[in-house]
Design a protein around this ligand. Structure first.
Ligand SMILES: Cc1cc2nc3c(=O)[nH]c(=O)nc-3n(C[C@H](O)[C@H](O)[C@H](O)COP(=O)(O)OP(=O)(O)OC[C@H]3O[C@@H](n4cnc5c(N)ncnc54)[C@H](O)[C@@H]3O)c2cc1C
Length: 386
């Protein structure tokens, strides 16, 4: 059996969370190896929209609000520092988003966080009634109850962000290996290595950042990591019309990205590990988009993609040390907000794997916590989950 060279920390998974963890570890002076079974950001992290909205989604404002806001602050810093350090432009930019409600029920759900949202520094959040929304975006279909207009949220290219994290880490000694993690090796309860398909990498600490595949690591650590794959699809459309703000309605959204294409999403499918785009999704997204944005009738479909969000039953990420094992940290379950939450998840994982502690309150994210009766399927009905 091949003996691979050792590293301080081995990170399982080269998605955005794994690459960002390597980056923050490198800032602490800790060397890591990222072990990836396919390609860097070759799954969800390379194909997500890249929307950064810290003011909405599962667990926000309570209990995730403070960490969500901190992650957004980190993105702001990273937009500049990663470009300086690596030369990679992650296309980070501030944006305006409009959450449109076509029913009273949707309006109520969208407005439910309004007071908290308006109290957060750095954003401008306003509820606008019916036609006032169309004064901002006249291409939206009439008939809406109203819309939440939020200024100064963000958008990023998630693939470029993952690459920038990786390059920043590599400049300070991290490295990437191709291989499949198959287990963790222990001496007593202390980590001594990672078993991969072609040998063992010796290390003292492991970070599990395997995205939608993270539950495969449950038997390696003796704690359930209840992450499920929630498939989502996106279409990129070419249309002759000025850029579209980031608008969302029901369970869909659309925005013009810096590639000048209108990205339209999405679906939420409990379809196992199937990652291929489907015609059914193309039809359902087109139908929804044409109802909300009839001008897209003239659009040309340039590309359709599909990928798997790592989702937990209670909607919160799993980040923390595995109880009873010395040297195992989990950082997964970013779900619908995994790009947005990647800096804070990675910063905490790097703190824990690099120094053993973190200043952030993460008790509610602990591996092995009780998730009660919560299920991923039930979370699909939350009208303000993106
Ligand atoms: C359509 C869609 C749109 C989205 N839009 C947004 C958005 O606008 N904003 C936002 O914040 N989030 C968004 N997300 C969510 C976001 O993409 C994910 O939460 C995030 O990318 C997860 O990152 P990750 O690193 O945890 O997982 P991944 O990107 O899946 O990375 C995990 C990596 O681990 C590797 N791996 C797994 N098992 C092993 C093993 N045994 N050995 C070695 N490697 C292994 C995999 O190959 C993979 O590369 C979207 C998701 C979808 C599907």
């Amino acid at each position: 059996m091949t003996q691979r060279p050792s590293a301080d920390v081995v990170i399982l998974g080269g998605g955005i969370v794994g690459c960002a963890t390597a980056y923050y570890l490198s800032k602490l002076g800790v060397t890591s190896v990222i072990l990836e079974k396919d390609t860097v950001a070759g799954h969800s992290s390379g194909f997500a929209l890249g929307g950064l909205n810290p003011l909405g989604g599962p667990g926000i404002p309570d209990p995730l609000g403070p960490l969500s806001l901190e992650s957004f602050r980190l993105h702001g810093d990273l937009g500049r520092t990663l470009r300086e350090e690596t030369g990679v432009d992650t296309e980070y930019q501030l944006h305006t988003t409009i959450n449109v409600a076509y029913t009273e029920e949707e309006a109520e759900a969208i407005r439910s966080r309004l007071l908290w949202q308006q109290a957060q520094n750095g954003f401008r959040v306003e509820w606008k009634e019916g036609e006032d929304v169309r004064a901002i975006e006249p291409r939206l279909a009439p008939g809406m109850v109203g819309g939440l207009v939020t200024q100064y949220v963000g958008l990023v290219d998630p693939y470029k962000l993952a690459l920038a994290f990786l390059q920043g880490a590599e400049r300070r000694g991290a490295s990437m290996r191709h291989g499949i993690a198959q287990g963790i090796k222990y001496q007593g309860d202390r980590v001594v290595g990672v078993q991969m398909n072609s040998g063992v990498i010796h290390c003292e600490r492991v970070v599990i950042a395997m995205g939608a595949w993270s539950s495969a690591a449950s038997p390696w650590v003796g704690v359930d990591i209840p992450v499920e794959p929630l498939k989502g699809q996106l279409m990129r459309l070419r249309v002759k019309s000025p850029p579209l703000l980031w608008v969302s309605w029901g369970d869909c959204y659309a925005v013009t990205k810096p590639d000048d294409l209108v990205w339209v999403g999405t679906t939420e499918e409990l379809a196992g590990f199937h990652e291929s785009p489907t015609r059914e999704a193309q039809h359902s997204m087109s139908e929804s988009a044409l109802k909300a944005l009839p001008y897209l009738m003239d659009a040309e479909l340039v590309r359709q993609t599909a990928c798997l969000r790592p989702v937990t039953p209670d909607g919160l990420p799993i980040v923390g040390k595995v109880p009873g094992k010395e040297g195992v940290v989990v950082a997964t379950g970013g779900g619908r907000k995994g790009i947005h939450l990647s800096p804070i998840m990675a910063r905490i994982a790097a703190d824990l794997a690099g120094t053993g502690s973190t200043p952030y309150d993460i008790s509610f994210l602990a591996p092995g916590r009780s998730m009660g009766q919560a299920t991923v399927a039930a979370s699909l009905s939350d009208p303000f989950r993106f």
